[in-house]
Design a protein around this ligand. Structure first.
Ligand code: HPA
Ligand code: ZN
Length: 354
């Protein structure tokens, strides 16, 4: 697979660059908010359904695509969990992950910190080992094939119980050396972070990082709970913290990273128009915001699409785009030494942008 980003960098050094889309393509980026199950493209959904003889309520690709039309988070989650039913074998998870990494390589994404939902699979009878073995084998192969480094984050489904989350943490025990952190996703409203305080403490005691979706649909108080009770290292989404001045100052002063997902926010009606997206305001407020694709097969675009459509809609400057690329590495769980070559490359590209 050709790394188009590297090619774009060469062109840049030869000619100088004025075009925002060329800048986006040339910049190395890290993706910090991506659900692997949300990268299941309609074509792959049909292919896996056929090879595993799984019944799906769609006769053809057009019917699948027509179903990808949401008015809120729950609407999407209903389809997302239904889509998961075609993922049955280690090979399915491997192929799913490899297809995502190919998209990353094409978008010049050099590092990924990806989520998966073990309970979405164990709850339908798939053993814990099946998804994680398939995912890890593809991530390892991808590191060699595409030069993309990775961290894997296991999410708890917040609509399920605390006991179920503890059971999942116990099942993860043999894989703890290869799981970097825990996350919290699924239906936010009515499932506050407080429900998972003890299991996040237990995960931390096992050496795992902690992240949580907060303030996507839930109120600013859910962000405060995620900070105070779950003691998270990073906030996924965080849009609604902008409603609370004191919280903005707290998140900024703590240097916490927000993994923001503009096309997801548009698809799930968190914003009504991409022009209204708060990413520019977040940067102006001094928040360490990043751009990510969340569930790109469902929301209409991978990393570069998220960058370019958002830049176009809200008028991001070249300097803001460069800041977003830098934030993606400084907000990652890579060590400072691992971040350094990526940041140096961003600096070289920034210096040649005219
Ligand atoms: N929000 C919450 N849960 C999720 C999402 C999301 O955007 N995607 C997959 N699970
Ligand atoms: Zn998400």
């Amino acid at each position: 697979m050709i790394n188009t980003g590297a090619t774009a960098t060469c062109i840049l050094y030869q000619s100088g660059m004025t075009d925002i889309n060329a800048l986006i393509a040339a910049l190395p980026k890290a993706e910090l908010h991506l659900h692997l199950e949300g990268s299941l493209e309609p074509e792959q959904l049909m292919e896996f359904a056929a090879r595993n003889s799984v019944d799906i309520p769609f006769k053809n690709l057009d019917e699948v695509k027509a179903a990808y039309n949401f008015s809120n988070l729950q609407d999407f989650l209903d389809i997302y969990y239904q889509g998961m039913s075609v993922l049955q074998t280690e090979a399915d998870f491997h192929d799913l992950t490899d297809a995502y990494l190919q998209r990353c390589a094409a978008d010049n994404v050099r590092h990924v910190e990806v989520f998966y939902d073990p309970q979405g699979h164990t709850d339908r009878g798939i053993p814990f080992a099946v998804p994680i073995e398939g995912i890890l084998s593809a991530l390892d192969a991808g590191a060699a094939k595409y030069g993309i480094s990775y961290k894997l984050i296991m999410c708890f489904l917040r609509h399920l119980s605390e006991d179920a989350a503890f059971e999942t943490l116990a099942q993860a025990e043999p894989y703890l050396a290869r799981i970097h952190g825990v996350g919290l996703d699924s239906s936010e409203l009515g499932h506050p972070p407080s429900k998972f305080e003890r299991v996040f403490a237990a995960a931390h005691a096992k050496g795992l990082k902690r992240v949580a979706h907060a303030g996507e649909e839930g109120p600013p108080d859910y962000v405060t709970q995620a900070l105070d009770l779950l003691k998270i290292d990073r906030i996924d989404h965080g849009n609604r913290l902008l409603e609370d001045e004191a919280l903005i100052a707290r998140v900024r002063d703590a240097g916490l990273t927000l993994t923001v997902c503009p096309l997801s926010n548009l698809s799930l009606c968190v914003v009504n128009d991409l022009k209204d997206h708060p990413i520019k305001r977040m940067l102006e407020l001094g928040l360490r915001a990043t751009i990510n694709s969340d569930d790109p097969a469902y929301f209409g675009g991978y990393m570069n699409q998220n960058f370019s459509q958002t830049a176009n809609a809200v008028g991001l400057t070249a300097s803001e785009i460069i800041t977003l690329a830098r934030n993606s590495f400084t907000g990652s769980f890579l060590s400072k030494e691992e971040q350094a070559p990526h940041l140096a490359e961003i600096d070289r590209i920034a210096a040649s942008f005219v």
